[in-house]
Design a protein around this ligand. Structure first.
Ligand code: ATP
Length: 456
């Protein structure tokens, strides 16, 4: 990871602290001292995660005619992972320090910290005593069966893709699809990462959003380029600044065992450029391997012409949690308004956990409260909205800014007189008055308008 100077106000510490303060994400098992690189998602974290997932499914499935959805098991037959090459090849090079007993990824040494001296890299102090690298398999093992000794050894899946490949025949037949077509899946994956870290960037369990796109072999290179462009455009569509995104093709020495071509879509994180999403040309590797190992032919046969071939596969694979982190980092902003500093998440309205807040100006005014609650009850039927009547109005606005709520609706004295409310826009801070009966339509209309990141 390159050392890059950033102009932005954002740092990983600020994101971690905002996530904690506002209940997006907090360390898992905290009352027991926490478990490294495991995190729990609170109310706003769950809502944001659900929105990222929904926008991905919309773009990959709903807006297309050539991709269908799947939800396969996390625990698969152990032979799946032998055939896929994960048992023998899903490894990272591991280095131990005999002195401090820490473990590092041999290919990440220059981004790791020495256990004794935080300012040094492993191997840089006199006491450091590193072993030579050995391969460490990243799959978590467990057992199926009541009796430990005789139970069958199985793995928690390290990627969702294999569940798609082994269902190729089912889906191709039942969904009556002809290549090119895709199968999309969102679900948990597990990796026993050696050097996890950087908050939720790399964790032991995470959710992946993967799509396997099956194509005629001679079209694979073209579809690979298509999917790199499509996926890049998706991140931009939901607000990630183009200046902070780049596509990096893998060198021959980096390619996974299954891939003939891979490009990473990278984002400029506070710690430098790193992978956000990977797009791989997996060729016929997986379908061929599972056909041979299972004895079930996974190929495309045209019922009319009898033509048959093993489709090649293009795979865009995105971490849901890493995507959420990227949106948070890119949206984070600080500014001074009227001598007051505010922190604001400039999230795309389609991602924002809460779409609008309904606020009676004076929380103790029964008239304002009853009007505000009536508006809240009306809006909550069509959107995620929040009601808040406690504390000074400025503090309530700032709280909503920090969780990225695009609109605040305030019920005040004038509402009681003429039936209008103020709508305040998060980014521009522009305020307008709307008649109460028109708020619902106006809000839905504004939320569906094209949005441009004001930071871009
Ligand atoms: P890395 O090089 O960062 O370890 P990878 O190349 O092994 O990642 P892939 O196997 O291509 O990752 O997985 C696809 C996507 O899943 C990644 O681009 C990332 O968004 C996400 N991902 C992978 N591992 C993790 C993890 N441990 N925690 C969170 N997200 C992950």
């Amino acid at each position: 990871m390159a050392d890059v100077e950033r102009q932005d106000a954002v740092t990983m510490d600020k994101i971690v602290s905002l996530c904690r303060r506002r209940g997006f994400v907090f360390p898992a098992s905290e009352i027991y001292g926490g478990l490294g690189s495991s995190y729990d998602y609170g109310h706003y974290g769950v809502l944001l995660k659900e929105n990222v997932k929904a926008r991905w499914l919309e773009a990959m499935v709903r807006e297309r005619e050539d991709v269908v959805a799947l939800d396969s098991s996390i625990i698969l037959h152990p032979k799946v992972w032998e055939a896929s090459g994960h048992v023998s090849g899903f490894t990272d090079p591991l280095v131990d320090c005999r002195f401090c007993k820490r473990r590092y990824r041999a290919d990440h040494l220059d981004a790791s910290q020495c256990g004794q001296r935080p300012s040094k890299r492993p191997g840089e102090t006199e006491q450091c005593d590193l072993t030579s690298p050995r391969q460490f398999n990243l799959m978590f093992e467990t057992r199926v069966g009541a009796v430990e000794e005789t139970g069958q050894q199985v793995f928690l899946r390290p990627e969702t893709a294999q569940g798609i490949f082994i269902n190729f025949k089912n889906v191709a037949q039942l969904a009556r699809r002809k290549p090119p077509f895709g199968i999309a899946q969102v679900g948990k994956s597990f990796r026993n990462e050696i050097t996890p870290g950087n908050f939720i960037f790399r964790t032991l369990e995470f959710e992946q959003m993967e799509m396997e796109y099956f194509v005629p072999p001679d079209e694979a290179a073209e579809w690979f380029r298509y999917w790199v462009d499509e996926r890049l455009a998706w991140h931009v569509r939901y607000g990630v600044r183009e200046s902070h995104l780049r596509v990096r093709p893998h060198g021959a020495d980096e390619l996974s065992h299954y891939s003939s071509e891979t490009s990473d879509i990278e984002y400029l994180y506070p710690m430098g450029w790193s992978e956000l999403e990977g797009v791989a040309n997996r060729g016929a590797f997986d379908l061929t391997a599972h056909s041979e190992a299972s004895g079930t032919k996974l190929e495309w046969v045209d019922a009319g012409t009898g033509e048959r071939f093993v489709p090649h596969v293009i795979e865009p694979a995105l971490g849901l949690n890493r995507s959420l982190l990227t949106f948070l980092i890119d949206a984070y902003d600080e500014e001074v308004v009227g001598e007051r500093e505010r922190t604001v998440l400039r999230l795309h309205p389609g991602l924002a956990p809460v779409k609008a807040a309904v606020l009676p100006l004076i929380g103790k005014s029964e008239d304002m409260v009853s009007k505000a609650r009536a508006l809240y009850d009306e809006l909550r039927r069509v959107a995620m909205v929040e009601y808040d009547d406690s504390g000074a109005i400025g503090r309530r606005y700032r709280r909503q800014d920090e969780i990225g709520t695009p609109y605040a609706l305030t019920v005040d004295e004038q509402t009681l007189a003429d039936g209008t409310v103020t709508i305040r826009e998060r980014d521009s801070l522009a305020q307008e008055r709307l008649p109460l009966e028109g708020v619902r339509a106006a809000l839905l209309d504004r939320l569906s308008q094209p949005w441009k990141n004001p930071k871009a």
